[in-house]
Design a protein around this ligand. Sequence first.
Ligand SMILES: *Cc1c(COP(=O)(O)O)cnc(C)c1O
Length: 387
Amino acid sequence: MFDQKDFAKIVSFIRDLYHQPEGIIPLHAPVFRGNEKKYLAECIDTTYVSYVGEFVTRFEEAIAAYTGAKYAVAVVNGTAALQIALIVAGVEENDEVITQPLTFVATANAIRHANAWPVFIDVDHDTLGMSPSALQEFLEENVSIENECAVNKSTGRRIKAVVPMHTFGFPCRIDQIIALCRKYNLVVIEDAAESLGSFYKGKHTGTFGLSGILSFNGNKIITTGGGGMIITDDKTFAEKAKHLTTTAKVPHAWEYIHDQIGYNYRMPNINAAVGLAQYEQLVSHLNIKRKVAQTYKVFFENEFSEITYIEELADSHSNFWLNTILFPDKISRNQCLKYCHEQGIMIRPAWRLMHRLKMFKQCQTFNLNESKKCTAKLINLPSSVIV
Ligand SMILES: *Cc1c(COP(=O)(O)O)cnc(C)c1O
């Protein structure tokens, strides 16, 4: 159905878009054109490069204000943020946590780091995020309520939490997920690692559930090198998350007393210095990414009617972290991948679905038709901020 000429057209479109006639075009490269060096120099001059210092607090306050969350706790990366959010939410050993198979491995890893077991349910074909109807079907068929807890009838384990993920920056139908979880007494922790700057019905992703997590890895929309954030409106939750991620040290001027086995998951001040400078450019990054997305959309709609360009839902606002298209079939998708990589264009397929990775093979799955279909046909397009 597609031939070399079609793929060549895609390649030359991407090269034009990024004003880069040759060389490698990465999937998502970080952009530093603000106060990064200035804040780093300030940070180093104070000698407070580790845990103490003002940049961590300033960065937390900026993210809280932007997302509308009351509290934000900076941590060492997004994976650690999710692990801690689950623990603070009351997830215990051998509990189950419902999530989606179409996600980065960090989501499922963090659930296991919290000693719980992921259960994988399907995504919606249009948002690529957790499907509320799949969740409803799963809960109706598999769950009984015992002592106000949701219990999985087939494993006998307690289901404590649900972790929807806003895939590639596209908000999922989070309000419907929240409503269902309320009915079944399940805690919602949103994996918003990819969706800083994405809103659903005017509210920032990651602020619908009890807590949400963000990532500032190098490939995300803004970066601290490595870093993450736990956001929540719940004061006690935020305090517990801060305590647990800072070695559970009891505040005291000189005594070293710890009241729990804590974690050293603090974000160093030097990373927060970069983060604050990056944050100042967030709105500009979002505006540029929206234009890139619009350009891709028009191109694919005009040139390739067989290709589906994934759009934001009418009532949502995506950060367009990674632009995404679906080919009509796996064969043409794979041919395009091969051709583009040979030409230095770093498009990529979706992650291998979680239940197919050997660590998660024994985990329960429930009708993953859409996840499988999308994964076979999907590619992410280069989506960096154009400089
Ligand atoms: C990036 C990402 C994370 C967190 O990754 P870190 O590299 O640990 O910051 C978690 N979940 C998803 C879906 C991600 O894309």
